[in-house]
Write a protein that binds this ligand. Structure first.
Ligand code: NAD
Ligand code: AKB
Length: 345
């Protein structure tokens, strides 16, 4: 994006606007384009437009294993890319002159328990190929870990940054292994890999992709369609959550942060809010008075939720790169409901 003869990425001072939040997203890596894998998913659908606003449509390459749907903005360069195919990954990174990779492609927790071998393959082979491409072509890498990287032996309230990590889901095992693989590439090869342990992420624009926290998105669609929702988690199941604008901003801010400040660079706890299905239903009822929630428990997803933190200590992120969430429960509910009637007339 040349302006007055300079490329803003060179200056490290690109400004991103997202729902009135301003982010400095500079220092993303060496010069080069930004590749997003898994770009058609819930987070990619929000991240790609934000990156395009920062860097321009020619500097952001969206990719996924699927052909783009009609909702995809076809002005953005697109690659059909299976991240488990090393040759494809190396080809795209070299041919598109990639400098930064946001590696979002993955299989999430609930689908992962149905297909554990596929989850291991996509999540681990995919990350290994991305890190190898980053080593060979000197790219920065963003890796989204998850609250799933913790397990039943972890303290569940105010889960510390450094604590026991013995997850009992295949998804969680791939996330903690992914954190360690990023640590290894950074220590052994100097790869600029950075990561967040994201809570359940909520958004109105794209459906979630088969996780345990999906209820907290689905409930809004139930609320605007028929003022009803049947929760598959028990009413008192507390989980950490984050609204999509905060999640995208956290990803961009971490990638922009000064490397010398990052002690826990590959796996920061980040927190914004935590709630139970019954608390979320009560918050929605403030805006949709007729709203009714009932419960039909899915034992598989309930067991996963009960192995995860109820709340996170994100003081390392606050200290090392000035993380601050923007949305609490009420602000998130109000914003979700303000947008959903437009997408579900
Ligand atoms: P999603 O399921 O919505 O999207 C994942 C995308 O990856 C899909 O579009 C899918 O087609 C693609 N994909 C699957 N296999 C692929 C392959 N072999 N090659 C290329 N693409 C492939 O997931 P999301 O919610 O957007 O999550 C993105 C990342 O963030 C994942 O790594 C996930 O684990 C992590 N994360 C998400 C949340 C959340 O609440 N959404 C929370 C914590 C961490
Ligand atoms: C899931 O529920 O699998 C994801 C996550 C918290 O990683 N949303």
């Amino acid at each position: 994006m040349p302006i007055f003869g300079f490329d803003l990425r060179q200056l490290g001072c690109v400004i991103i606007c997202w729902t009135e939040l301003i982010v400095d997203a500079g220092n993303l890596g060496k010069m080069g384009a930004v590749l997003v894998t898994g770009a058609l998913g819930q987070i990619g659908s929000a991240l790609v437009p934000t990156l395009v606003r920062a860097f321009g449509p020619d500097a952001v390459i969206a990719s996924d294993i699927r052909h783009p749907t009609s909702a995809f903005d076809h002005t953005i360069p697109y690659e059909l890319l299976d991240c488990t195919d090393q040759d494809q990954v190396l080809d795209v990174v070299q041919r598109r002159n990639i400098g930064t990779i946001y590696h979002l492609a993955a299989i999430l927790s609930a689908v992962g328990e149905d297909k554990p071998q596929a989850a291991w393959h996509v999540n681990m082979a995919g990350l290994a190929h991305i890190l190898e491409a980053a080593r060979l072509y000197d790219c920065a890498v963003f890796f989204p870990s998850s609250i799933a990287a913790f397990g039943p032996g972890t303290p569940r309230d105010g889960t510390p940054q450094v604590t026991i990590q013995r997850p009992n889901t295949i998804y969680g095992i791939t996330k903690v292994t992914g954190e360690m693989l990023c640590d290894y590439y950074h220590a052994r090869f100097g790869t600029n890999a950075r990561g967040l342990r994201l809570p359940g992420v909520l958004s109105y624009s794209a459906p979630p992709g088969g996780g345990t926290t999906d209820y907290a998105v689905d409930i809004f669609h139930g609320a605007v369609r028929g003022a009803r929702y049947t929760s598959y988690l028990k009413p008192d199941t507390r989980l950490p959550m984050m609204y999509m604008p905060d999640a995208v901003r956290a990803m961009c801010e971490l990638m922009a942060a000064q490397g010398s400040r990052l002690v826990h660079r590959n796996a920061y706890n980040v927190a914004a809010m935590n709630f139970t299905p019954s608390e979320l239903a009560a918050a929605i009822k403030m805006y949709v008075p007729d709203f009714v929630i009932d419960y039909k428990i899915d034992p598989a997803r309930q067991a996963i939720a009960e192995s995860w933190p109820r709340s996170l200590d994100d003081s390392a992120a606050r200290r090392e790169w000035d993380w601050q969430p923007g949305f609490d429960l009420d602000a998130m509910v109000s914003d979700m409901l303000a947008h959903l009637p437009l997408t579900n007339p």
